[in-house]
Design a binder for this molecule. Structure first.
Ligand code: AMP
Ligand code: MG
Length: 288
């Protein structure tokens, strides 16, 4: 039997419902410290995350197990957000609680020399999850309408066509069996300052710091405008955007765990049955 989704009762509303971007929503109105749909407290979070990650991990392994017998479905988690928004933490603490055999992580930075020779979707296609896998995109094709738009790295008529192109690309992905979960981690300018400062105060965090992060901060309004366009133009029925307030890391992690559990549950997974005679095998083995 496939498992029924059971949302812990600390949630008053399903994360996928309260966090889905709706037409007309404004980025400027996002309360980045809010915890939509959640009535528990921060002190509930560690135990709850552990428990829900175990649920996620079981379903994720089931997805992988199913692919071994021909199920071609997969999940793609697209993570976008400004520097320090917590994309790495989602990868490490949430997705990373699963079985690495079935996880494919890719981070997208400034295109390499080879990548610039191709269309912007070339490197994206190469990183798509195989059957049974959860693909994680730490940044994604959306950078090609975010940083590229903010810095005019290509002319407007070029980036402007990409929104529709991305919708077509994602529709095809979904039609081919990939559930696309797009998450934008939203922090405030002030929270980012705090987190960048922490990176500068801790030698174990220097590796995450990039002096250009400060320059990008100065362009915050332009980035917010670019994010607004992404949500307005690329929230589709097949691949909606989830806008996750992320000033409270514990909330963002819990919410995204639920989004993944929901995506997995909607696949109605079950453990693959034995394709051999279990009792017969027990006897055979016992006799050895
Ligand atoms: P990080 O994720 O902190 O390692 O930083 C990666 C950087 O690469 C970010 O500043 C991104 O905006 C940038 N980046 C990612 N994709 C592109 C792209 N297609 N064109 C230009 N810059 C990009
Ligand atoms: Mg960075």
């Amino acid at each position: 039997m496939a498992k029924k989704p059971e949302l812990p009762d600390v949630w008053t509303h399903e994360p996928r419902k309260v966090l889905a971007f709706s037409a007309g929503d404004k980025v400027a109105d996002i309360d980045t410290r809010a915890t939509p749909g959640f009535k528990g407290s921060k002190s509930d979070a560690p135990d709850l995350l552990l428990e829900r990650c175990a649920e996620y991990a079981e379903l994720q392994e089931m997805l992988y197990a199913r692919s071994r017998e021909g199920d071609n479905r997969s999940i793609l988690l697209v993570l976008q957000g400004m520097d320090t928004s917590g994309k790495g933490g989602i990868t490490k603490h949430v997705v990373g609680s699963g079985n690495p055999q079935g996880i494919r992580y890719t981070s997208f930075g400034k295109p390499t020399e080879e990548e610039t020779k191709h269309n912007y979707l070339w490197r994206i296609r190469r990183a798509l999850p195989a059957a049974g896998h959860i693909g994680v995109f730490d940044r994604s094709h959306y950078e090609d309408v975010l940083i590229v738009r903010v810095h005019n790295l290509v002319p407007q008529d070029v980036w402007d066509k990409r929104y529709e192109e991305i919708n077509r690309f994602e529709n095809k992905l979904v039609a081919d069996g990939t559930t696309v979960v797009k998450v934008a981690l939203c922090i405030s300018l002030g929270e980012q300052k705090k987190r960048l400062m922490e990176r500068l105060e801790r030698p174990d965090k220097y590796w995450k710091y990039n002096p250009s992060d400060v320059d990008e901060r100065m362009l915050w309004p332009k980035y917010m405008e670019a994010y607004q366009a992404v949500f307005d133009r690329c929230s589709t029925e097949h691949a909606p955007w989830f806008v996750v307030p992320a000033d409270r890391k514990w909330y963002a992690r819990l919410a995204i765990t639920e989004l993944l559990i929901e995506a997995l549950t909607s696949l109605h997974l079950t453990w693959p049955p034995a394709d051999f005679d279990v009792e017969g095998e027990k006897k055979r083995l016992a006799a050895t």
